[in-house]
Design a protein around this ligand. Structure first.
Ligand code: ZN
Length: 281
């Protein structure tokens, strides 16, 4: 890969997630049509990948297959070549089959792989049992969907290294460092540098910080050569007290920071090259 491509910055947009409601921000897209339209606008603005969640018809966190399907079909019906990345958690408490069905049938290029269990927000358990992670990794290989390894603390990197050794995951790995979630590692630059130091050299990584760490983590990712995820799944405020009116505003924010550091934004085609998506097994 040419160096000028390798150094580009991939923006992933996570428009929706499992939590924000219209009460918290009227701007969050929740149903398939509005999610797909938002993804399209984000692609136009420079996002190379969309991390997708579905809600049920009452806007609650869901692994409702029809809503995933409609969102994916709507995006695919446009002229956008954005990389699709489906969640495999969707929230709390879904069973293994519900979690695996969307990527197994809709075949996005990537899907999330939450590499361990944690106490989520001091109120519930974000459960990713060993037997689920084995099954999930092998299923992803079978259907040729690349895992995005979501890491909420350092132990999850070590879990990934274990599954790599076991053949459940295949190199080159791609990590998403999810920082600042209550119950997980705080969104500090020091924590990001530590996590980055643990992953195999040929890996790629992206990151985001929730809350006040959001912009510092963006700045650090630009400086350290990483990639960035933005969107209302992680933050509804653009800066203190200012709600983002669209996910596009976060993309514009990343572009400004990247411009100052002379890092160009990767197109989806370039992102596929960086993530080794053409050659994945
Ligand atoms: Zn997600």
């Amino acid at each position: 890969m040419k160096n000028n491509v390798k150094n580009k910055l991939i923006i992933t947009v996570a428009t929706t997630g499992a939590w924000p409601t219209k009460n918290e921000t009227p701007y969050v897209p929740l149903q398939p049509k509005e999610i797909a339209e938002e993804i399209y606008a984000c692609w136009k603005a420079g996002a190379a990948m969309a991390h997708i969640h579905a809600r049920d018809d009452d806007d609650k966190a869901s692994m409702n297959f029809e809503n995933f399907q409609e969102t994916v079909e709507r995006v695919r019906a446009t002229d956008s070549d954005i990389i699709l990345n489906l969640t495999t958690s969707g929230g709390i408490g879904f069973n293994d089959e519900e979690r695996m069905k969307p990527f197994s049938e809709l075949l996005p290029e990537m899907a999330s792989y939450d590499c361990g269990t944690m106490n989520w927000a001091h109120s519930t358990i974000f459960e990713n049992r060993p037997e689920f992670l084995e099954k999930l990794g092998l299923k992803m290989q079978e259907v040729n969907v690349k895992p995005e390894i979501e890491v909420f603390d350092a132990g999850m990197v070590y879990n990934a290294l274990y599954y790599l050794k076991k053949g459940v995951l295949k190199a080159p790995l791609h990590f998403q460092f999810c920082l600042g979630v209550p119950g997980g590692t705080a969104a500090t630059v020091e924590n990001l540098i530590h996590l980055k130091s643990l992953i195999p050299e040929n890996s790629t990584w992206s990151t985001f910080g929730v809350g006040k760490g959001a912009v510092p983590i963006m700045l650090a990712a630009v400086a350290l050569g990483g990639h960035i995820r933005v969107g209302m799944e992680d933050n509804i405020y653009l800066r203190k007290g200012v709600l983002a009116k669209s996910n596009v505003e976060f993309i514009e924010q990343v572009k400004k920071i990247a411009f100052e550091a002379s890092r160009e934004i990767a197109t989806p085609t370039e992102a596929r090259e960086i993530f080794n998506l053409e050659n994945k097994v």
